[in-house]
Design a protein around this ligand. Sequence first.
Ligand code: NIG
Ligand code: FE
Length: 428
Amino acid sequence: MTPYDCKKMPSADGCWRPVRLVEGLVQPDVPVPQGSEACVVVQAGKIAWIGPENAVPAAYATLPVHDGRHMLVTPGLVDCHTHLVYGGERANEFAMRLAGASYEAIAQAGGGIVSSVKATREASEDELFALALPRLQQLLDEGVCAIEIKSGYGLSLEHERKQLRVARRLGAHCGVTVRTTFLGAHALPPEYAGCSQAYVDLVCEEMLPALVAEGLVDAVDVFCERIAFSLAETEQIFQAAQRLQVPVKLHAEQLSNMEGATLAARYGALSCDHIEHLSATGIAAMQAAGTVAVLLPGAFYTLRDTQLPPIEALRQAGVPMAVSTDHNPGTSPALSVLLMANMASTLFRLTVPEALAGITRHAAQALGLADAHGLLAAGRPAHMVLWPVQHAAELVYWLGHKPDCTVVRQGRIARSTVFPPQDMSHAL
Ligand code: NIG
Ligand code: FE
């Protein structure tokens, strides 16, 4: 696979036809009767018009035509929770868990997040970039057009900066929307053992203000858990974020109920993620604040968790549910958003429309990107995927299959099955 280089991607301007629309993910300008063929017009890198194939306005008649081959069209996928930039891997812990050790026990014995911190600190910025690029390519190949990348394996100003800079570079290099999240409070760095308060003060008073000033932080996250940071420490960090006018989100109620979601909702959190142990109070608070529930079935599966997130209660409360890879070297070494949609349906009982909204609309909302991503509609930047499948359910049904899709990202053809290979050799 040749690495993506956005400077080499051809323009997607033109009429994409005939295609079929996936209900709920596309807002046509003119209604398209069920089962009818549609056309998506891209002009100057934006969606200009969507409607029935036989009703394309004359103004677009002279644009080039891209053969849509009756493919199903969705918005670009959004992966709203990843820890994509890190050194090393943790296959040894996988083996330890198989032998009976728990995630918490491994962390308390100095493994877990802290072992990735060591490998990340030892890697240079260029090395981290080279390690993360093929991971990102896997996701882009599947149709991802926006992705969140967290820090949290540096745990010092220098090394958190390095991770966030790599995240920004990945976005610029690949021509993909990257939202960076500062997760300085992911674990206590070894040099602060027993001095949690001093580290939280450092995060709030030095690390966060410096990284925000450098334009490296789109949101702030905390791992609020008994093996990580307390509710009071989480609130101190949220206050610092609020002073700097940076939105917050939370790794909440993954291993126990800390009532972190209730706190996060009070700070208008974009999302609360994991939430297997989420309480009724937390759900009500998230509903009132418009906070998205991000489901991470890869971590649930890897840790062989048995506590299911309260899907029915979230559904009844009308809390939007997103689904993400949570790609990280410890609990979710997953590189497929579609596989996560499958697992969210099979393990958590999401319906197909819920799973599809989870990796598009609701994931975009979880990143504060609802205006630009996750929904196909006129006036928005052109991020879309054409899928060679018959039914929308196939996007969730196949287990580990990545359909050979055509991807339009930032108004450019990032991956194509439509053109002969010689025209698209850089992307195939
Ligand atoms: O989202 N829960 C905390 N953070 C990550 C795991 C990080 C790691 O184990 O390296 C998660 O699952
Ligand atoms: Fe995570």
